[in-house]
Design a protein around this ligand. Structure first.
Ligand code: PNS
Length: 161
């Protein structure tokens, strides 16, 4: 069974990495897919930078591939012959958004199932948005993001002062 784990990953956190590790044990192949044409706020890292960081942290997992996609997620999943969309749920506040997306995706492509994994407790408060905010205000995010991400975040902050 091939699964797609989609997201913005701007940047990847240890919560995402935990899901990649667990997903890699559940599925034959896991495709981590970065959305290219996000409608939300301007990303901090370009798609190319996000792919580089993801590829580095996913390299220990032989059945994990990192890719990007544009357009509808279900079209991408069908193109990659994936039957599952993998998503993580942290708190109840994630549930409504995730339910909406899962139901819309199921309507668009009934053959593609969304599978949810609960975030590990250690990362249930963690988000890329908060990481960016903390870093921009001079806070320490060590242990919350992979070292490669921490290094890039620090160099961005150093360039902006
Ligand atoms: O990590 P994010 O930003 O919450 O991920 C959101 C993502 C990429 C999964 C979602 O925005 C998405 O699937 N976008 C592709 C467009 C699409 O298929 N929309 C219709 C289904 S809701």
């Amino acid at each position: 069974m091939i699964a797609v784990y989609p997201g913005s990953f701007d940047p990847i956190t240890n919560g995402h990495l935990d899901l990649i590790a667990r997903g890699s044990r559940l599925f034959t192949r896991l495709i981590v897919a970065v959305l290219e044409n996000a409608i939300k706020e301007a990303p901090l890292f370009s798609v190319v930078e996000r792919l580089e960081m993801l590829r580095e942290v996913a390299s220990p997992f032989p059945n994990v591939e990192v890719d990007s996609f544009h357009g509808l997620l279900v079209d991408y999943a069908v193109k990659r012959q994936a039957g599952v969309l993998l998503r993580g749920i942290r708190a109840i506040s994630d549930y409504e958004y995730e339910l909406q997306m899962a139901l819309m995706n199921s309507r668009l492509s009934p053959g593609v199932e969304t599978v949810f994994l609960m975030s590990s407790e250690a990362y249930s408060f963690l988000s890329s948005r908060l990481v960016k905010q903390v870093v921009s205000l001079g806070g320490n995010v060590s242990g919350l993001v992979p070292p490669v991400v921490e290094k890039r975040l620090k160099s961005l902050v150093a360039r902006s002062v």
